[in-house]
Design a protein around this ligand. Structure first.
Ligand code: FAD
Ligand code: PYC
Length: 413
């Protein structure tokens, strides 16, 4: 047992230091108020305080830190998207993730596994080839591989040509990775708090006070707080908050479920995704199989679990890994996914002069936590969205300039 644990466990004289200071009273106002204490809001607070020297910042979180989708996601990190805009954006995030444990001096348990997207039809072989070409063009490693190579990387997969949907090929993306989701949020939170950022949990934003084309502050369950600038980073509640700002977002909110199995001896190195079978799977450092499939087929604000999801997912999973038949599930849960029409996020400026948006993260936002934090902080600090965010501006829908990423979604829809 580590000495520190024994020392703190046995003695009242050595209380473990609180790495995030206890919540102070709210100040009358802050230079920047960030609504949402998930990975994105905390990362933005970190980059504001560390890169831009903006420390008079409050993160307001209605529940506890990272209790939203940051706590519920399956932590797949990759950059093998379909559009050049998407590949460059997520590519920057993967690069930041690789260094994040060192940047934060906090172990996020980043584990590069390789990511395999299976193709079961000629049409999906074509899409995988297309993605490989775009990825390579943008400097991201991806290639099309065939069953012999898939068998070498994943010997336990059923590659029989007698399967209902035989595996024809796969897109191999070697940088595909997983990480510890709460460590990402806590790492950003601890380092931001060290620079003076205040993190207020149990503090719900219930309204925005707007004068002319500016937000002057936020109403909360603890009273009014003035704000020089406001960032909304509330994932599954994006339309609710945007509504308070008088903004209409092209977003539909649907539940996304996932589950984990009992721990097993390590047998699965890569992350495996099959769009045709509506399944994805990875094996965590603890040996648990982390699995998911499709979003629920109806709009709903709910994080309940359903038997229907579990039955459908596991039936399909057994087509790929029949030997898992007797394995027990440990947990099942859900989060709320804010789906945009083009399966890309909405980031940057809004019609309100000092109100910034980070939304539309659907089923794909954990992997974007570092780039989003860094680039949204830059947008807030300079009042100008950097080029890398331009394609994701809110106005793109009115301009018919969508960034279509449906073909690169790991989750079925
Ligand atoms: P959150 O972590 O949800 O943070 C938003 C916070 O805002 C919440 O804590 C919430 O309590 C708070 N909030 C809301 N309203 C208010 C208010 N009015 N006042 C104050 N606080 C408020 N993405 C990937 O890249 N890879 C994956 O493998 C992946 N798997 C997923 C699996 C599942 C089951 C789900 C549900 C999602 C998955 N995602 C994945 C998507 C990913 O989880 C999200 O896009 C990402 O976590 C969004 O981060 P965030 O910080 O924006 O949101
Ligand atoms: O975006 O890679 C992804 C993903 C996998 C599962 C949910 N989202």
């Amino acid at each position: 047992m580590p000495f520190g644990l024994l020392k703190y466990g046995l003695s009242r004289r050595y209380p473990e230091p609180r790495r995030i200071p206890p919540t102070p009273d709210l100040k009358p106002s802050y230079d920047v108020v960030i609504v949402g204490g998930g990975g994105h809001g905390l990362a933005a607070a970190y980059y504001l305080s560390h890169v831009h020297g903006i420390r008079n910042v409050a993160v307001l979180e209605k529940g506890y830190l990272a209790s939203g989708n940051t706590a519920r996601n399956t932590t797949i990190i990759r950059a093998n998207y379909l559009t050049p805009e998407g590949v460059r954006f997520y590519g920057e995030s993967v690069a930041l993730y690789k260094e994040l444990s060192e940047t934060l001096d906090f172990n996020i348990m980043y584990s590069e596994r390789g990511h395999l997207t299976l193709a079961h039809t000629d049409a999906s072989v074509r899409t995988m080839r297309w993605r490989a070409e775009v990825n390579t063009h943008c400097g991201v490693r991806s290639e099309l591989i065939w069953p012999d190579e898939i068998r070498r990387l994943c010997p336990s997969m059923n590659l029989s040509d007698k399967a209902r949907y035989p595996v024809l090929a796969a897109l191999l993306h070697p940088p595909g990775a997983i990480a510890r989701h709460d460590a990402v949020a806590w790492g950003y939170a601890i380092r931001a708090a060290e620079r003076g950022v205040e993190i207020h949990q149990q503090t719900e934003v219930t309204g925005l006070r707007i004068e002319g084309d500016r937000v002057v502050g936020v109403e909360t369950n603890r009273g009014f707080v003035g704000a020089g600038k406001v960032l909304q980073a509330v994932a599954g509640s994006s339309t609710r908050l945007a509504d308070m700002a008088g903004l209409r977002l092209p977003i539909r909110t649907v539940p996304l479920q996932a589950c984990v199995s009992q721990p097993l001896k390590r047998f699965l190195d890569p992350i495996v995704v099959s769009g045709s079978l509506h399944v994805y799977i990875s094996q965590s450092a603890r040996g648990e199989l982390v699995m998911g499939g499709s979003t629920d087929p109806y709009a709903l604000y709910s994080s309940r679990s359903t038997l229907d999801f579990k039955e459908g997912l596991l039936a399909h999973m057994l087509e790929l890994f029949p030997f898992l038949a007797e394995v027990k599930l440990l947990r099942q849960w859900a989060g709320m996914a804010d789906m945009t029409p083009d399966f890309s996020p909405i980031m940057g400026l809004t019609p309100l002069a000092n109100y910034y948006i980070d939304a539309g993260w659907g089923t794909w936002g954990f992997k974007a936590t570092p780039v989003c934090g860094k680039r949204m902080a830059e947008t807030i600090a300079t009042g100008r969205a950097p080029d890398i965010l331009d394609a994701f501006r809110l106005s793109r829908f009115a301009e018919f300039q969508q960034v279509g990423e449906r073909g690169a979604a790991a989750v079925g829809h």
